[in-house]
Design a protein around this ligand. Structure first.
Ligand code: FVH
Length: 300
């Protein structure tokens, strides 16, 4: 434990995959005493060399914990498997494993039944962003707010923190919603490159600069959609209406055809736009499509 600052909150970390190891390194670098456990024990080696203590089992690590027990495992099943047989009474569990909102809520009830306090988290960062404040990475938290405040200082070490409410499912809900938007952005980016790739005199690096700038410029549309949904007026602030955008989709599809590119990544969204226009809402922005999705009307 050389270099450890004993005034800092001791951390127990279960799970040393790519993300868990990055979290562990950040706490060690900040001087937090760190106890680690991983199903494959060899993965603890580098952290132990850097000053962490390796526990012989997850149950042993939990039993010895006097600070937060952080879980960073593959999925909710691995959380159950890891904590099976551990005495959780009086422990502070903070679960940074990606899961669904309902898994977060169930895990909170499960922890409470075993006498533990529980906070669920969603990591909005990739491992190289951990411990690098300027990377913009952050971690969403929801559930027991007192627990969040108690360990806030330690939680701020790996990444920024964002507490999103007492419903233990909401960190996962925000996490998956944000990642879903990212997935659609990746789909659009992939389609865009498919259109230009291989074309003579197209410089892909220069195109990437244009693309990244354009996506950034358009990202403010999220605020417009929120304002429309909150007001219930889906024409609020609209300057590019759905009828115009839907008509423009024909050009996108024709261009895909000319370039020999499958438009399949775009067409489900275009179909929803057309459906909303056909319902007589061509003067709106995109907010009306939220309702179509929630009704399940957009599903095949
Ligand atoms: N890496 C990333 O880019 C993303 C960024 C956003 C957040 N995710 C989530 O973080 C969780 C952990 O991700 P990870 O990158 O550390 O994942 P792996 O490197 O695959 O490590 C998985 C760890 O889980 C252990 N494990 C798996 N199954 C079990 C089990 N049944 N019992 C106990 N432990 C289990 C695994 O152990 P081992 O294979 O080394 O023995 C690793 O420690 C995850 O929820 C991401 O969605 C990361």
């Amino acid at each position: 434990m050389d270099g450890m600052n004993t005034s800092k909150t001791p951390i127990t970390l279960l799970g040393l995959g790519d993300m868990g190891a990055a979290l562990g390194r950040s706490w060690l670098a900040a001087g937090h005493p760190l106890t680690v456990w991983n199903r494959t024990p060899e993965k603890a080696g580098p952290l132990v060399e850097a000053g962490a203590r390796a526990a012989g089992s997850a149950a042993e690590a939990v039993a010895a914990a006097t600070g937060p027990v952080i879980l960073c495992l593959l999925d909710d099943d691995s959380v159950g498997a890891t904590l099976d047989g551990a005495d959780l009474a009086g422990k502070d569990l903070i679960n940074l494993t990606t899961g669904t909102p309902e898994q977060g809520r169930r895990r909170a009830r499960w922890a409470e039944e075993r006498g533990a306090r529980f906070l669920d988290g969603g990591i909005m960062a990739v491992p190289p962003m951990i411990g690098v404040p300027e990377s913009g990475g952050y971690i969403l938290y929801s559930g027991d707010q007192a627990l969040f405040e108690r360990h806030r200082e330690a939680l701020e070490v790996p990444a920024g923190v964002n507490y999103v409410g007492s419903d233990a499912g909401h960190a996962a809900l925000y996490d998956v919603a944000l990642l879903s938007a990212m997935t659609a952005m990746f789909a659009g980016t992939t389609h865009a490159f498919a259109l230009v790739d291989g074309e003579k005199e197209v410089d892909l690096s220069r195109f990437a600069t244009l693309l990244a700038g354009w996506l950034g410029a358009m990202s403010g549309a999220a605020h417009g959609m929120a304002a429309q949904l909150e007001s219930g007026d889906y024409t609020l602030g609209v300057h590019s209406n759905l009828a115009m955008m839907s008509a423009g989709n024909t050009t996108f599809l024709d261009t895909s055809r000319e370039q020999g590119v499958d438009p399949g990544l775009l067409t489900p969204f275009m179909d929803l736009m057309a459906r909303r226009v056909a319902q007589g809402h061509g003067d709106e922005g995109l907010a009306g499509i939220v309702g179509l999705l929630r009704e399940g009307a957009g599903r095949a």
